[in-house]
Design a protein around this ligand. Structure first.
Ligand code: GTP
Length: 438
């Protein structure tokens, strides 16, 4: 079958990266204030994530998208000379490019052309480590391919290696028709369903040992894996590479209270994540949707940190987690070691007012104790650990404490029981008034 994942065959080569910018930028929605330059930088980083060597990168002004080539003929010509001079093998266009535009540009430039979705799919393909992750990427790639076949079926005679975005003639000459793709999609879906069932069984087993799950989410490169390692002392790959993490990784985490939680590290999010990928990764992200606590890891040093925050919120909402986005998220404001002293002081000040924000540095470990303490507190639903002495003759009160709280420890002397109990705020109040009444 053509669409096996090319994890080891990640494409390499010299690349041209362009970001087409409309002459009149649409009004920023959702507080997205990313500049075209920073979008271009992100596209360069994405290309680097699959080992493309960026030979030239540029913003290309776009007065009106051209149906045949997207960008204007002047740009096609000038970029064409650059492709030739710099021996570019792949042109990455950080936009949505139709199959017809792709084909025309490939013809004009004599190199491969991929768009943003194609690039992200390639990255996901190269980074998926588990069987399930690979299946999901393949599913996303096939769905994307099929949607393009519908529009330009007659033009696309050949399936070109890998996912079909970067391969060349000779890599895979297999002809795939829509029916074959559809058959494969059906089979993958079935296989995914089986894996999902197995995972649900495992989760069920975990739930029987009632360990709460804490899920780390965040924009790609925010530092999730580094924080995951820092908190659990586990060795998960942390690379200065986008999307180093594609499969959720679970580790046991000891909290200051002595409680054990499961920490889950998940895939990095990104703006304009192809819809197929959001759908495809929904299954993997089940760990997130069923987590007891979601921790949003943010790169607070990144110039686009606010826009990235909005992107992550959008994806979480698409996963049906609007309520958590509005109320329940903890924000780990990561990479504070990189901030200038004033910015750092301002952030620490702000965090003192907002209890759900914890400035941390996954790199140095600063702030991590506070973060773990907050996990404890939130998992307890605002419960307090209190020391209480109760007369042994007051059996009713002792029983009341066992009923309403978690008795963590108990030592009896001749007259009194010395109890350490975890109690909700309201129950603590009730217990005190109860004791006063006696
Ligand atoms: P994806 O797998 O792409 O989603 O990335 P991630 O969020 O898991 O990021 P990762 O932990 O791989 O970190 C990305 C880069 O940021 C690496 O080079 C880390 O060394 C660096 N990094 C992470 N945390 C910190 C931090 O607190 N301070 C500094 N200076 N660098 C950090």
């Amino acid at each position: 079958m053509a669409a096996t994942l090319p994890a080891e065959a990640a494409p390499t080569g010299r690349a041209l990266v362009i970001h087409p910018t409309p002459k009149r930028l649409p009004r920023a929605r959702n507080g997205d204030a990313r500049s075209p330059v920073s979008r271009l930088q992100e596209a360069i980083a994405l290309a680097g994530a699959i080992d493309l060597e960026v030979a030239h990168a540029a913003l290309v002004p776009l007065s009106r998208p051209k149906p045949a080539t997207l960008i204007g003929s002047g740009s096609v010509a000038s970029l064409g000379s650059i492709v030739k001079d710099r021996k570019v093998g792949v042109a990455v266009i950080d936009a949505t490019v139709s199959p017809v535009q792709q084909r025309n540009l490939e013809k004009a430039w004599g190199c491969k052309v991929i768009d943003r979705t194609g690039l992200i799919l390639e990255i996901f393909g190269a980074r998926a480590h588990t069987h399930e992750g690979r299946l999901q990427v393949e599913l996303a790639a096939l769905t994307y391919q099929r949607s393009r076949l519908v529009r330009s079926w007659t033009h696309l005679e050949r399936q070109r290696g890998g996912f079909g975005f970067l391969g060349g003639p000779g890599e895979s000459q297999l002809e795939i028709d829509r029916r074959l793709i559809t058959d494969r999609i059906v089979r993958i879906k079935k296989e995914l369903l089986d894996t999902k069932r197995t995972r649900a069984l495992h989760r069920g087993a975990r739930k029987r040992v009632p360990n709460p799950v804490v899920a780390l989410v965040g924009y790609t490169n925010a530092g999730k894996s580094t924080l995951f390692n820092r908190l659990t002392n586990a060795a998960v790959r942390a690379e200065d590479m986008l999307f180093a993490t594609l499969d959720p990784t679970l580790r046991r985490l000891s909290l200051p209270s002595g409680r054990t939680a499961i920490l889950s590290d998940t895939v990095g999010f990104i703006s304009e994540l192809p819809h197929q990928l959001v759908v495809a990764f929904r299954a993997t992200l089940e760990e997130v949707t069923e987590a007891d606590l979601i921790v949003h890891v943010r790169d607070i040093h990144h110039p686009d940190t606010e826009a990235q925050r909005n992107d992550v919120h959008t994806v979480l909402s698409e996963l049906g987690l609007e309520t958590q986005v509005e109320h329940g998220l903890i924000e780990a404001l990561n990479k504070i070691d990189l901030l200038e002293p004033e910015a750092r002081a301002a952030l620490l000040n702000q965090a003192r007012r907002n209890h759900d924000e914890v400035p941390v540095s996954a790199a140095t470990g600063e702030g991590c104790d506070g973060l773990l303490a907050l996990f404890d507190e939130r998992l307890d639903g605002g419960r307090h650990l209190v020391d209480l002495d109760v007369s042994l003759t007051d059996g009713a009160s002792i029983a009341w404490l066992y009923r309403h709280g978690d008795v963590v420890s108990r030592r009896d002397d001749d007259e009194r029981a010395h109890l350490q109990v975890r109690l909700a705020e309201a129950d603590l109040g009730r217990f005190r008034s109860r004791a006063a009444a006696h």
